[in-house]
Design a protein around this ligand. Structure first.
Ligand code: NAD
Length: 281
């Protein structure tokens, strides 16, 4: 079972983006700038935000994290996001999720101007994506498609199965797969016979958020597995939605957790921020 690590592709992509951002900085007088809004002190979110900052610096971007206490009011955070929308020196804005309970994430995605919505969550950007005219790539699905392309895995005319239908992974991933002429089976919590359907697929995308859900019973011989899940065990180790030991010998390739889909997500976020910065206003 081949391991589809992101690292070799990321090294190429980061070098390319650093070169492009350096050229843009020379032309515009400033580097691309990413603003991250973080509300509360969720430890996992703090790790994700600091990783995004490190990755931004590695490609020559500037970045800032705007921190709010867990009990911040909706108005305070919304006003700040709207000030970032107006700031010409800010190219990309990301509101780190999950948000504390007083917020409705569905409302918060509307605060970010679609032109700076580098997470590709605003309904306008989702509409553009689904209609085949995407302004930004959805970060995790976009990273997955880059990873498959790098390893020469095409979904053209293949049957694929997406396990999960969230707004952040499952749905936009299905749009990208359809755009590449795959026939998409989408499985979710209410699917009565998920394993039987999944066994039809040449490529399986596991994004259910259920640790070790996908076992060999879900797969046909030679299927490629893309593991999107991220779960931290009691020992601190990360694992995905796939039971790796079980699929050994039946899957032909798998994206590892960690080291597969996760790092690609941040790369696409930065590529979107660059695209926003490079746009002639
Ligand atoms: P979510 O909870 O919003 O959605 C999960 C989806 O899976 C739902 O549509 C649900 O119907 C479906 N589902 C749940 N259990 C199922 C089951 N037993 N059988 C079939 N379908 C089932 O989760 P999400 O935000 O889409 O994230 C999914 C996973 O991907 C999580 O583990 C998350 O941590 C991870 N994730 C990783 C990245 C990354 O960068 N690698 C990015 C986003 C999310």
């Amino acid at each position: 079972m081949k391991k589809l690590f992101a690292k070799p592709l990321l090294e190429l992509k980061r070098a390319e983006l650093l070169q492009k951002s350096t050229q843009l900085k020379a032309k515009k007088g400033r580097a691309p700038h990413l603003a991250v809004v973080l509300v509360g002190e969720d430890p996992a979110s703090q790790v994700y935000v600091s990783k995004k900052g490190e990755a931004a610096e590695a490609v020559g971007f500037t970045h800032e994290t705007i921190l709010f206490p867990v009990d911040a009011s909706i108005e305070t955070v919304k006003n700040k996001v709207q000030a970032l929308n107006r700031d010409p020196k800010v190219d990309g804005i990301l509101i780190q999720r999950p948000l504390p309970k007083q917020f409705h994430e569905r409302d918060a995605v509307l605060w970010v101007s679609p032109e700076k919505d580098v997470d590709c969550l605003h309904p306008e950007n989702i509409g553009l994506l689904v209609s085949g005219h995407a302004r930004f790539a959805p970060c995790t699905p976009g990273g997955i498609m880059q990873l498959l392309a790098h390893y020469g895995i095409s979904v053209e005319k293949k049957t694929v199965c997406v396990i999960g239908r969230s707004a952040i992974v499952g749905k936009p991933l299905a749009s990208l797969l359809l755009a590449q002429n795959a026939s998409v089976i989408q499985i979710h919590r209410s699917t009565p016979n998920p394993q039987e359907l999944c066994r039809l697929a040449d490529v399986v995308f596991a994004a259910a958020g259920q640790r070790a859900l996908v076992t060999r019973e879900w797969l046909k011989e030679g299927a490629v597995l893309v593991d999107v899940g991220i779960h931290r065990g009691a020992d601190g180790k990360l694992s995905g939605d796939v039971d790796v030991a079980s699929v050994e010998g039946i899957a032909s390739a798998i994206t590892p957790v960690p080291g597969g889909v996760g790092p690609m997500t941040i790369q696409v976020l930065l590529e979107n921020t660059f695209a926003s910065a490079a746009k002639e206003s």
